[in-house]
Write a protein that binds this ligand. Sequence first.
Ligand code: UVW
Length: 268
Amino acid sequence: MTDRLVQALNGDVRTYDLARQLRVGMPQSPNHPQFWHVLPRRHGDMVRADGGSAANDMITTGTHVGTHIDALAHVSQDGELYGGADAGDACLGGKYVEHGVHTIEPMLRRGILVDVAAYLGVTTLDGGYEITLADFEATLEKQGTEVREGDVVLIRSGWGAKFDEGATFVGGPSGVPGIGPEVGQWLADRKIHAAGADSIAFECLQPGAGHGLLPVHRIFLVEHGIYIIEAMNLEEISHEQVWEFTLVLVPLNIFGATGSPVRPLAVV
Ligand code: UVW
């Protein structure tokens, strides 16, 4: 490992940034509070005796905005979180003491990209397209990539390239492409650690259905304890056909939060 770190320092290791830029007005799910960024103190507002000055800013944001990870506390089913934890008891004083984002260990794991859009030869899958298990397995076979226990599996639909188009990215009338319960259960059976995608919803949303039922969220977060990462930038690793890498991801250590903005890296 030390050699790898030295290589990294020497620039021999390539690092890909898998996050979207956080900025006011970026597209986001209507389910979550907006991202705000203001500059209450500018240079010149308080000038020190030596002429020096500091600008300070402030953000307020939902934790499920921009590229982010869902903690297991994010979704419950019939009043229960993962492992049968009572969703009411897990939340004390407005904080999820059980399954909050502070319980997610920093990730340094095998990551793989499953580039379904590239396999199907499209810029992006259509809104509402549910990636079938046949699509998924054929993509893995073409890439020569296998899913292993403990992996972080990133699924590219191509929808992420619409991030800069704003509202189109979110879905609404157009829906969002992604996996459904069929592929979700297949991945859960392989005991992956986390899964990510380049859309806000992670999973397939049917046109006009809004952000209602999210069955893969239930399978992953509630039934199997698998984390979900959303709104990732998978364009560069797709372009360079980086199918396998070391995935580095560290959520903010916010006690009791249901999610956290992240800046994941793919390292090869
Ligand atoms: C959605 O809005 C679906 O994202 P999250 O899972 O973070 O709530």
